[in-house]
Design a protein around this ligand. Structure first.
Ligand code: PHE
Ligand code: NA
Length: 435
């Protein structure tokens, strides 16, 4: 239970609500959703199980775990690259994640002051654009969010968060359900459901499929060695596959509910689903501003969203801090500060992408989009691919089968999926997306 809470604390975050809904909206709806679900089941699950499997055997941080398992099995030390690229990915992701965490904090305050009540779509959109246009405000909130993360990580009280996750997670879930019910009263629920679940396959392209796979990695916190690090805390008796199934179902439910809550509001107010990263910030305040009890529900929602973002952000900073601690003579607190300042500084470049520095810096993308794209479409899939290939091809097959304790059919299925289906799928999507 404790382990599931920790893993779900990392998995459930802005990725489910903020990123999932805007990606769905931007990528044409149902076709993206269905490919995403397929990626979660066919790639996400085996990669998650592989990371835990490796972590439980290595009993160390991802870099040292990979070094040791590779050495023991007589494989190349190049496998430690998986651990290193994981730390790099966590660092890059946290820099822009914190900017969005800042938006969530800012909306928490906005809910307290009743900034959204009775406002129409134009006014709400104006509030959001005002935030985006102001580097000063964005910097303030990004800094506030990072300070919260640093405070928790530096004090090493990460473990104490379990209790909070245990109550906040179900509360977030219930609020999402309330929002879905509100969506049903807008008269545009059917339209939203068909947008999300009735695919127009012509919307599909290599790029959309790669985006869906990237979202699957991002939302499950895969391809960063984070789940590998968690695996080192797993007891020998824990059933990896059923635990992975639980975490994945939780994470997926939150994302699907978020979509079901947001798109009715989009259609009811004549907004565009392809609004981009601001989607939840121009839709949900509208709902809260117009429903009974909306002020208090809105406040609760943004507090819970910020909390979910914090637990994910902590899991992103942790490996970076550990890396600094291990490679330098620094102790925990200064290591945390150094890692956080570096993340914070990169975050400033990311937040300027929404105003004074929206010019493309490479591949036609601004800094924010570049950070997001490079991690989700490149680093995470490749690191995750490394983890599953290592687990499937380099660990002793018999012992893995014993460890997963599946029947004969289960073993055959695991073997086929982890050795062939998932890795080939990732390579295929990756190459297709790039082309
Ligand atoms: N999975 C988290 C989310 O969906 C984000 C995250 C990614 C956290 C990678 C840790 C590692 O919000
Ligand atoms: Na998630």
């Amino acid at each position: 239970m404790t382990f599931i809470l920790a893993a779900a604390g990392s998995a459930v975050g802005l990725g489910n609500i903020w990123r999932f809904s805007y990606m769905v909206g931007e990528s044409g709806g149902a076709a993206f959703v269905l490919v995403y679900l397929a990626c979660v089941a066919l790639v996400g699950l085996p990669v998650l199980v592989s990371e835990w499997l490796i972590g439980r055997r290595g009993q160390k941080n991802p870099i040292n775990t990979m070094a040791e398992l590779a050495r023991k099995g007589g494989h190349s030390q190049a496998w430690t690259l998986i651990g290193i690229s994981g730390v790099v990915a966590a660092f890059l992701i946290l820099s822009f994640y914190s900017v969005i965490g800042g938006w969530s904090l800012s909306y928490t305050l906005g809910s307290v002051t009743g900034a959204f009540s009775g406002k129409d779509a134009d006014a709400i959109g104006g509030l959001f654009n005002g935030l985006l246009a102001s580097p000063g405000k964005l910097l303030l909130w990004h800094t506030a969010f990072m300070l919260l993360v640093v405070f928790i990580v530096a004090r090493g009280v990460t473990k104490g968060l379990e209790g909070a996750v245990r109550t906040m997670m179900p509360a977030l879930f219930i609020l999402m359900v309330v929002l879905v019910i509100y969506g049903m009263t807008t008269g545009h629920f059917g339209e939203a459901m068909s947008f999300m679940f009735n695919p127009d396959w012509s919307a599909l392209s290599g790029g959309v499929v790669l985006a869906a796979m990237g979202q699957a990695f991002f939302t499950l916190s895969l391809g960063m060695g984070i789940m590998m690090a968690y695996g080192s805390y797993l007891g020998e008796d824990v059933d990896l596959i059923s635990t992975a199934r639980t975490v994945i179902i939780l994470d997926t439910l939150v994302a699907i509910l978020a979509g079901m809550a947001i798109f009715p509001i989009v259609f009811a107010n004549g907004l565009s689903p392809g609004e981009g990263p601001g989607l939840i910030f121009v839709t949900l305040p509208l709902a809260f501003g117009n429903m009974t009890g909306g002020t208090i529900l809105g406040l609760m929602f943004f507090v819970l969203l910020t909390f979910a973002a914090l637990t994910s952000a902590i899991s992103l900073l942790e490996p970076v801090v550990e890396f600094v601690e291990e490679r330098t003579p620094l102790t925990r607190v200064p290591a945390t500060l150094i890692a956080a300042v570096a993340v914070w500084a990169l975050g400033i470049a990311a937040l300027m992408s929404f105003n004074v520095w929206d010019a493309p810096v490479a591949f036609g993308l601004n800094v924010f989009d570049l950070l997001d794209t490079f991690t989700s479409k490149f680093l995470l899939p490749l690191t995750g691919l490394g983890a599953i290939v290592f687990a499937a091809w380099c660990l002793d097959r018999e012992s893995v089968h014993r460890e997963l304790s599946l029947g004969a059919t289960g073993n055959a299925l695991w073997h086929a999926t982890s050795r062939y289906i998932a890795p080939i799928g990732v390579i295929f999507v990756f190459v297709g997306g790039l082309l």
